[in-house]
Write a protein that binds this ligand. Structure first.
Ligand code: WTA
Length: 646
């Protein structure tokens, strides 16, 4: 626990303006009432939230909690796509823009709710035609185009679960996920645009499918229109299947606990975890938090820049905003293509009012300079959000002044793939913010900061962040691995959900999240497991052993630092170093490329053979005070590591 020290002192406070507070979806008074209700009568509180959705059959019981397993809205039936589409198409929102999309090359599309509904119904029938049934898992590996949302909603419509794989991953990651999910159908595109080049999605899929035989059918959307091989009997063009698809597809009534999706995320072993979210509880919280935290209004133009391949895109590009009938902006490409002003150009062009992005992006904008945003009129913005990693106060202040014109509240939202939705965040019309703090829990969420012995930490004392009571959008399990679910999340403190984060609460109860305490690294907001990177490195023919740790990085939050021992006789050359870096980029994705590869003759281990990551972390960051090393199996390893640095 001595490692968890908090040094940040931040005294600035920003109160919501009276004007914002007056129009906010949630008032301070209502917020206090809801907090009390959630504490005293949780079932009433959660039932009120769920009642904001459209149900096909009412639930019998709000929550059934047999730690660590939760069931919410037991016996109820609903459909997620019905809530995101039909519900709006039946009203004046029929012709309201649902998705305003811009491709990286500059092409534009606007899909109204009716358009989105029509395409979703047809694609749902395409899936049925391919033999997809309720409960099946469909893998989606696509660029950030409307068809990704359409494919997700189409799965939801027929009660199939989707497993979206971020387009930055490459073939091994696809093969592993397809295998684990036992997914027979995969939806992809020929390619996507990124920094002016084509991301070869179809080629990656072809390569992945040489490593697994689970996938029987592949649907390919034509996006980049470059030549791709199509395998007869296995590969089908999206547009051809859609041509003959029946436009009528009523939404399937799904049990509240029907699996809506699996999203793979990195954890402490090499094998990624399939985080399972179900329909009723997840939709309830995605809907509620979108409305409260982003203060979503009928007139907003809302833009969350996250890729749909990550959970932020699931909850706050697709399900949350669409269930609220909002207009969302989607942009396919990089923020600095063709120039570092692309995001601001988009904000100005479409009159974006709510903008939600990651601290890494904010720090990149800072570095690129104020001149880029200053070129544009950003006065349409009224609310800013941040997610994915701790935001440093300096970046917060820059965001506030330069992008928000000192007028927009900032919501620094803390949550995880596992939590399904935002748990700790300011409410823009209620909470006074402090730069760098995710502030307070939302009503119904009960975080605590504990020490290793399970005692509540004092104000400003660093500890481990847990959530003490179940919430509707919590993960239900790790796909096909209840045991891993239990040990990972519920064994540190029995009955309490362990987040894997360290944090402190200040004297006002504000939460300051400090970062991960497990073997998860957050590189530019992307979540990566050290074990996953290590197994990619050791698959290189020259490598005997590898250990990967995170190292503080000004821009990306954390950077990947790999310690590598080579097989006997291999030479430690710069070209081999680069080759290992490329190898990781090729097998996982370029966002996982280690920033630094250090050769060493041996790795520091405890007597029981555990790699001393704490030590490596300190070496990586150049820290001299290495702390207690008495458990080192071979102290000379340490000295040698240092020498290798010279
Ligand atoms: C980190 C992303 C500080 C945290 C939604 C968490 C944050 C992990 C914040 C989950 C924040 C996310 N402040 N840290 N506002 N938001 N994190 O699963 O370490 O990709 O455990 O979900 O990101 O990452 P994931």
């Amino acid at each position: 626990m001595s490692e968890i020290e908090s040094v940040l002192v931040e005294n600035r406070r920003f109160k919501p303006s009276a004007a914002f507070a007056k129009q906010a979806n949630l008032s301070a008074k209502e917020y206090r009432r809801l907090c009390a209700l959630a504490e005293k009568k949780p079932d009433v509180y959660w039932a009120q939230r769920a009642a904001e959705l459209r149900w096909m059959k009412p639930w019998k019981k709000v929550c059934q909690w047999k730690a660590p397993f939760a069931r919410w809205f037991v016996g109820g039936k609903l459909n997620a796509s019905d809530n995101c589409l039909d519900r709006h198409v039946e009203t004046w929102r029929k012709n309201k823009a649902a998705i305003i999309w811009e491709g990286e090359p500059g092409d534009e599309r606007v899909l109204t709710y009716q358009d989105l509904w029509r395409e979703t119904c047809r694609f749902a029938n395409v899936l049925k035609g391919l033999g997809v049934k309720k409960g099946d898992r469909v893998t989606l590996y696509m660029p950030l185009i409307p068809e990704l949302a359409i494919a997700m909603l189409a799965c939801a419509r027929i009660g199939a679960a989707h497993s979206v794989i971020f387009g930055g991953f490459t073939s091994q990651a696809i093969a592993d996920r397809v295998e684990d999910a036992e997914s027979g159908v995969l939806i992809t595109a020929d390619g996507g645009w990124r920094r002016g080049g084509i991301v070869p999605l179809k080629a990656n899929v072809d390569d992945a499918l040489t490593k697994t035989d689970k996938v029987k059918k592949v649907v390919v959307f034509r996006r980049t229109a470059h030549e791709v091989p199509m395998k007869a009997g296995r590969d089908f063009w999206w547009h051809e299947l859609m041509k003959t698809a029946d436009p009528v597809c009523p939404p399937e009534p799904c049990d509240a606990e029907q699996m809506l999706y699996i999203l793979y995320t990195s954890g402490t072993t090499g094998k990624p975890k399939g985080v399972v979210h179900t329909t009723g509880g997840y939709m309830t919280w995605a809907h509620t938090t979108s409305k409260w935290v982003f203060d979503l209004k009928e007139t907003d133009t809302y833009w969350c820049t996250a890729d749909i391949g990550w959970v932020t895109g699931h909850s706050y590009v697709v399900y949350g905003p669409l269930s609220n009938g909002a207009t969302i902006v989607m942009y396919e490409g990089a923020p600095n293509h063709p120039q570092p002003d692309r995001f601001w150009q988009i904000v100005a062009k479409y009159g974006v009012t709510i903008f939600y992005t990651a601290p890494t992006a904010i720090r990149a904008f800072m570095k690129w300079g104020d001149a880029w945003p200053k070129k544009y009129d950003l006065s349409s913005l009224r609310l800013l959000g941040s997610v994915g990693e701790p935001i440093n106060p300096e970046a917060w202040m820059w965001y506030h002044r330069t992008i928000g014109g000192s007028r927009c509240p900032i919501v620094d939202t803390w949550w995880q793939t596992e939590t399904g939705g935002i748990l700790i965040s300011p409410l823009p019309g209620v909470t006074a913010t402090k730069p760098g703090s995710a502030t307070l829990p939302l009503p119904g969420i009960f975080p605590r900061v504990l020490d290793a012995a399970g005692r509540e930490c004092r104000a400003n004392e660093g500890g481990l962040l847990v959530i003490a009571k179940p919430w509707a959008s919590m993960l239900r399990t790790v796909y096909r691995d209840d045991e891993r679910f239990r040990t990972q999340y519920f064994s540190s403190y029995p009955g309490l959900y362990f987040t894997g984060d360290s944090a402190r609460r200040d004297k006002d109860g504000y939460v300051w999240v400090m970062g991960r305490v497990d073997d998860v690294i957050k590189v530019a907001g992307h979540r990566l497991g050290t074990a996953e990177i290590e197994s990619a490195i050791v698959s290189h023919p020259t490598v005997a052993e590898a250990a990967v740790v995170g190292k503080k990085d000004e821009m990306k939050g954390e950077a990947i630092c790999a310690f590598v021992t080579l097989r006997g006789g291999e030479k430690k050359t710069d070209s081999l170093r680069r080759d290992i870096q490329d190898h990781v980029a090729k097998s996982i994705g370029s966002f996982a490329r280690p920033e630094m590869v250090r050769f060493t003759d041996a790795l520091p281990k405890t007597r029981s053979g555990k790699i001393m990551r704490r030590l490596l972390r300190k070496i990586a960051s150049g820290d001299e005070t290495l702390g207690d090393t008495t458990t080192l199996e071979d102290l000379s390893v340490l000295a040698r590591l240092r020498e290798d640095e010279e």
